[in-house]
Design a protein. Structure first.
Length: 161
């Protein structure tokens, strides 16, 4: 009887791990949706978008964010390979390492190109003051999220020069 219980326990263990994994995925998705809702509310208030501006702005901003996110993931993969090359793991040398570093640097250039292209697109649909508020709102929201994750509450006010 003990043997049967042991076998059943071993057989059912993967199912419980799968259920926990699905629950973790759902919680992550919920957090992402909450974050997105917070971001929309924060940006709308900070930038002071009119309903007409918001209708044009949000699809464009979402496209912008997807491009930036894809590039950020690509950059992180490149840095991860560079890191493992330098700190251990799969050691790459000479031409391979040069190639990794060039890819990493190329991502920085591409990031600048994305910012440039979308600045022009944002400026076509928003007054320049609101475009400036967008960049300030992005930084403030980023800092707010960092401080929330650290558990320190709200970030200190920006330093005025």
């Amino acid at each position: 009887m003990k043997r049967i219980l042991f076998i059943l326990t071993i057989a059912l263990l993967p199912l419980s791990l799968f259920a926990q994994n699905e629950q973790a995925k759902q919680q992550r998705m919920q957090r992402m949706q909450q974050l997105q809702s917070s971001k929309i509310a924060f940006f709308t208030a900070e930038i002071q978008l009119t309903p007409k501006e918001a209708e044009e702005f949000w699809p464009l901003y979402n496209e912008y964010w997807k491009e930036r996110d894809a590039l950020m993931r690509k950059t992180q993969r490149a840095m991860s390979e560079i890191y493992s090359s330098v700190k251990g793991g799969v050691v790459k040398q000479g031409p391979e390492l040069v190639k990794l570093l060039e890819a990493y640097i190329a991502n920085s250039t591409e990031e600048g190109s994305i910012h440039r292209a979308y600045f022009d697109k944002f400026y076509k649909i928003l007054p320049i003051e609101k475009v400036a508020k967008l960049y300030v709102a992005e930084e403030e929201f980023r800092m707010k999220m960092i401080h929330q994750l650290r558990g320190t509450g709200t970030p200190p006010p920006p330093v005025q020069k």
